[in-house]
Design a protein around this ligand. Sequence first.
Ligand code: FAD
Length: 394
Amino acid sequence: LRSPVVVLGAGPAGLTLGNVLRAASVDCVVLEAESREFIERRPRAGVLEEWAVRGLQRRGLAANLLERAQRHTRCEFRFAQERHRLSYAELTGRHHWIYPQPLLVTDLVREYADVRGGDIRFGVRDVRLHDLDTDRPAVSYTDPRTGERHFLHCEFVAGCDGARGVTRAALPAERVRVARHDYGIGWLALLAEAPPSSDCVVFGIHPSGFAGHMARSPEVTRYYLQCPPGDDPDDWPHERVWAELRERLGARGAPPLTEGRLIEKRVLDMHNYVVEPMAFGRLYLAGDAAHLTAPIAAKGMNLALHDAFLLGDALVACLTRGDASGLRGYSADCLERVWDYQEFSQWLSDVYHGTASGDPYRAGTALARLRRLFASPVAASAFAEQYLGEDPGR
Ligand code: FAD
C-alpha cells in the first residue's frame, strides 16, 4: 500500500493534520497506539487561543467548539492575600476559549474518520520508521488483532506522536539539536468534580508554592498545586489537597472554593525541550513530538495546532501543486512561535515559583514583576499579548 502521507499519533496535531489533508483529497493513514475510547477521554489541556480557534474554524473543524466552549476575558492573580484582576480582552480585543482537549479530540476524530472518510488505525504496536532520508520512506507496525506486521510505503511521514512517541528518537543525533530546560519543580495536576469557584482562571502565588484554578466545564475544574518533582500523588489525599488549595488560593474577599471528588491526580515534572530543526529527510515533526512546553503557560495544544496548520498547508501545496516551499520553510516558521512561547513560559515560571523558592532574591524579583503588572498598563498589555499568543493573521 502506498499512501502519500502516514501520520503517527491521533492527538490534536495528528488529527488536525489528517483533516487538512482529507479536505484537499490527499490520502493519508493515521496510526495511533491507543484505542479511540482512550484518546476521546484522556484529560489534559483546555485553554485555546483565539487565533487557533479561528484556524480550526477556517478548516471546518470548530462547529461544536464554537457552540459549547466558554469565552474567557480575564484572569486573576492572588498574592499577599490580595486579589488582582487582569482584563486581557479589554487590553487586546482578544480572548481565550475554554474547551477540554478530549472534546476537541472527539470532534477531530469524528470529522476525520466518520465525515471525511479518513483511514485511522488504533492500537498499533511496535511502530518503526524506515528510509526517512530517501524519497520512498516507510512505516511499519504490528496489528494488535492479528499480530501481523504491516508496511506502509509513503512520500512523507508526519511525527505527531507526542512527548513519548518514536519519531523524535528517529532523528539522527548529529543532524538535530535538542535544547532542554528543567524547572526542577513538579505540579500536582488535579481534576475535581466540582463547578469552578471563580468566573476566570486564578493564579495563587504563595510562599508554600503555586496553585492554579482553571474552569474546564460547569461540572469539572482543573487545579494545580506546586510540589517537589517526582512526588507521589498518593501522598496527596483529599483533605490535604483541599487544605493546600484553600491556603494558597486564599485572599481577602475571595469566594470559598467549592470542593468535589478528585477524578485525576498526577504529578507532572516541569520540563521543556525544543528539537531543531523539526524535520529530517521525509519526516516532519509536529506538536509535543517536536517541542514540549510544561503546562505553566497553557501553550502546548496551541502550538500543536499551529504546527498542524502549517504542515497541512505545506504538504497539500507540495502534493497537489508540486510547490515544496512551505515544507522547506516549515521548521523555521514553527520555531519562531515555539521559542516565543518557551520564553513566556520561563518568565511566567519565575513569577509563579519565585515566592516559594526559598531564595529571597527570586522572591523579591517575582513580587516586583507582579506589582508592575498591576501598576503599569504597558506591562499589563505586554503580558496580555503573550498570554493570548500573537495572531499569525496580523
Ligand atoms: P498528544 O496529544 O500527546 O498526541 C500524541 C498521540 O500519539 C497520542 O494519542 C499517543 O497515544 C500517540 N502515540 C504515542 N506514541 C505512538 C506511536 N509510537 N505510534 C502511534 N501513536 C503514538 N496545552 C495547552 O495549550 N493548554 C492547556 O491548558 C494545557 N494544559 C495541559 C494540562 C496537562 C495536565 C497536560 C499534561 C498538558 C497540557 N497541555 C496544555 C499540553 C497539551 O495537552 C499538549 O501539548 C497536546 O496534547 C499536544 O498535542 P500533540 O498532538 O502534539 O500530542
